[in-house]
Write a protein that binds this ligand. Structure first.
Ligand code: H2U
Ligand code: ZN
Length: 348
């Protein structure tokens, strides 16, 4: 029998950050595709849309009017999933029924007054203002005594359930640490206790040494396809040095994060020459006032597209019932992304 090659043979890969596994089936990329094919969406947005609730000067659904903002703008979500004024309490019945009150709040961040732009089309200096605002919000919101976790994220594209194409992201802050960062907390702590260094500090060093999955590198950040990627073109942006959170970034580092964010999303848009949809989010230390030396700042990008602007990956069947599965390997995905021009296709 031939020897095992993970470029050719089905295998499972371990996600060191969450402790979960992904099934990788490289041989399956040869299978014919007879599934759903949709036309790519036409992107003909105006600079200003009088009907957009995020454009400057427009009225939102709650009745409030946006100011004539010039760069970034943040406001309380008019339909917040979490609200601050909830009494403490729980409902517990034996071992099987358990509920707890949860306090928090939600904000919306407009990345630009321009309705027609997205991160990959914005200037790095303008993206830096988004990073500045993330940092300010993380510090301020995280400083509230009942807020122990601040989730910053961006949903991009209507197939990701994004309700509006105006460039924007969200912040949901709450008392408990939610599922995904909680899993990463456990693994990072185990690693730190064993090695005296953060898991991602060692991981980034290994990735930079091999270069196989690296997409973008600047002085302070690396963008790469993680070894354990679930989504076909899943990526991460990771700080090179161990930083517990955005709060620790200086001006130069924030600019470097903006630079990596732009370069990565330009690659994404160039892959199928469309505005590439994804859900992205920042994972960082909880904000309960304790020290988290094991926590290492990073950003995840989970894009659903698989082989064209219209063919997306569904996490269904085996993925829903067992664990995620992918056909192209993380290395193949990195190779495809790396081969793309660094100039946005609209500017080529
Ligand atoms: P998406 O990122 O999923 O598009 O969500 C945009 C948010 O904007 C959504 O959470 C909020 C919605 O509640 N929103 C307002 O706060 N005010 C509005 O006038 C419309 C939408
Ligand atoms: Zn708009």
């Amino acid at each position: 029998m031939e020897t095992f090659e993970f470029t050719e043979h089905s295998h499972r890969r371990y996600n060191a950050l969450t402790g979960e596994w992904v099934l990788v089936s490289p041989h399956r990329t040869k299978r014919p595709w007879q599934g759903k094919v949709e036309k790519p969406p036409v992107d003909d947005r105006p600079e200003y849309d009088p009907k957009c609730y995020l454009c400057p000067g427009n009225e939102r659904i709650g009745g409030e009017k946006n100011p004539e903002y010039k760069d970034v703008y943040v406001f309380q979500n008019d339909f917040s999933a979490l609200v601050p004024d909830i009494p403490d309490g729980d409902f517990i019945k034996g071992d099987l029924f358990r509920a707890e009150s949860e306090r928090g709040f939600c904000k919306v961040i407009c990345f630009s007054p321009r309705h027609d732009l997205t991160i990959p089309e914005m200037e790095v200096d303008a993206i830096k203002k988004v990073v500045d605002l993330w940092q300010k919000e993380y510090k301020e919101i995280g400083g509230l005594d009942y807020i122990n976790h601040v989730q910053i994220f961006e949903n991009k594209g209507d197939i990701m359930g994004c309700s509006n194409p105006h460039p924007h992201g969200q912040i949901w802050a709450q008392t408990s640490v939610p599922g995904e960062p909680a899993k990463e907390s456990i693994k990072q702590k185990e690693y730190f206790e064993k090695h005296g260094k953060t898991l991602l500090e060692d991981y980034v060093a290994e990735e930079l040494a091999s270069g196989e999955r690296v997409l973008v590198e600047n002085d302070h950040f690396v963008a790469l396809v993680p070894f354990w990627a679930n989504w076909p073109f899943e990526t991460m942006i990771i700080s090179k040095k161990a930083k517990q959170s955005l709060a620790e970034l200086n001006e130069e580092e924030k600019l470097a994060l903006a630079d990596a964010y732009k370069k990565l999303t330009v690659m994404y848009d160039n892959l199928f020459e469309v505005s590439f949809p994804y859900s992205a989010g920042i994972h960082q230390a909880p904000t309960d006032g304790k020290d988290y030396p094991e926590w290492h700042l990073h950003m995840h990008f989970y894009p659903p597209l698989l082989r064209s602007a219209s063919v997306k990956k569904f996490m269904v069947g085996y993925e829903m019932m067992a664990n995620p599965q992918r056909d192209i390997t993380a290395e193949q995905a990195a190779e495809k992304l790396r081969a793309l021009p660094t100039v946005h296709f609209k500017e080529q």
